[in-house]
Ligand binder design. Structure first.
Ligand code: ADP
Ligand code: MG
Length: 248
């Protein structure tokens, strides 16, 4: 059967593995090149990197410091533009968006989690999670329900009113994940989200991400250099000097 012969109804009743084969990927990067011209010598941070991540899968991006992980995540998430190549997310060619379209796209479609969580210290966990909902002007009652749902989802339903300094590092990172998911993004991008945590806590965070992908149907791309976290991924890609060494 060719792709053209598969109908929507067929796809609906397919087992997930088969579905992933016939559906277009949620994230596709094609021949991405990124050259930084900032220094005396140009730096070729990414050199023809291509990848595809099916809907509701978790891709781990590994590689040593300087291998190009952050650059690739920034380009996929629309925070930076490729020098060559293009990015397609959910059927849209993001790398061709103008600035205004990119802001909208990031706000609605992408959730970001960084190594340093970036929570506002004077706000409670609930207020931190609420920020993106305010940015899209969600109704107060809808905001409150969604914040509760999100914090419960990451296991912090009882800690809603705590400030970041009243939470452990792992709990703070869970708040950051809840915040990233506030506007129901299709894609979650996490740049070394366990980098500042001890290995048990880090594994807890990866498990939270793993469960979100399974239960919420989110597509996640997680950069990590922690080999012990790799087995939780559906797909692993390794970067070395801006190139893929292990095709996923
Ligand atoms: P990783 O996240 O794997 O540590 P990065 O994507 O941060 O790797 O960096 C890849 C390469 O690009 C490195 O050589 C780094 O020094 C370089 N680089 C990253 N950002 C910039 C920038 N803004 N200007 C110039 N060079 C950069
Ligand atoms: Mg990095």
């Amino acid at each position: 059967m060719t792709e053209a012969e598969v109908t929507d109804v067929d796809v609906q009743y397919m087992p997930p593995e088969r579905r992933a084969e016939v559906e277009p990927p949620m994230v596709e990067a094609v021949e991405i090149v990124r050259v930084y011209e900032t220094g005396a010598e140009p730096v070729r941070a990414l050199d023809r990197v291509s990848l595809r991540v099916p809907r509701a899968k978790l891709l781990a991006l590994r590689g040593r410091s300087g291998s190009g992980k952050t650059t690739l995540l920034s380009i996929i998430g629309g925070l930076d533009r490729p020098t060559e190549g293009h990015v397609v997310i959910d059927g849209q060619t993001v790398s061709e968006f103008n600035e205004e379209q990119l802001v909208e796209f990031r706000r609605h479609r992408i959730g970001f989690v960084f190594q340093t969580m970036g929570l506002l210290p004077i706000l409670s966990a609930a207020e931190n999670v609420e920020i993106p909902l305010r940015l899209v002007k969600a109704e107060p009652s809808a905001r409150e329900a969604r914040v509760r749902e999100l914090l419960t989802m990451v296991g912090l339903g009882e800690r809603m009113d705590h400030r970041p300094y009243e939470l452990s590092g792992g709990e703070q990172q869970r708040v950051a994940i809840a915040r990233a998911l506030a506007n129901r993004p299709h894609v979650l991008i996490a740049d070394e989200p366990t980098g500042q945590l001890d290995s048990d806590t880090g594994r807890g965070i990866m498990t939270v991400l793993r469960n979100l992908v399974r239960d919420e149907g989110i597509t996640a791309i997680v950069a990590t250099h922690d080999p012990s976290l790799i087995d939780l991924a559906d797909q692993v890609i390794e970067l070395r000097d801006g190139r893929i060494v292990t095709p996923g």
